[in-house]
Design a protein. Structure first.
Length: 96
């Protein structure tokens, strides 16, 4: 989650002893607190705290986040390549 938040800028990390990560996803916020080892998802007025019996749901979350992050990286690569090409393929405006 930390890598996704920092790469996308779509979330934040608390600057305290907990170093809690908040990822905006699915019209809600997925929060992981490594200090207290808590994973919580909040959307609108609903909140779900994941426990040891939620391993299948947690694995599904991981897969979904990975899938979205790969799509983000592919989109960034495509946008970056187009931007670089558009900027650097322009004719030079200098006398040679």
């Amino acid at each position: 989650m930390k890598k996704v938040v920092f790469s996308t800028g779509y979330g934040e990390e608390d600057v305290d002893y907990t170093e809690t990560i908040h990822l905006n996803i699915g019209n809600g916020t997925l929060t992981y607190d490594p200090y207290y080892q808590q994973l919580i998802y909040e959307a609108d007025e609903d909140m779900h705290e994941f426990g040891d019996d939620d391993l299948e749901a947690i694995q599904s979350l991981i897969e979904e986040i990975e899938k979205r992050f790969k799509a983000f990286e592919a989109g960034i690569k495509e946008s970056r390549t187009k931007l670089v090409k558009d900027l650097f393929d322009q004719p030079l405006n200098i006398k040679l």
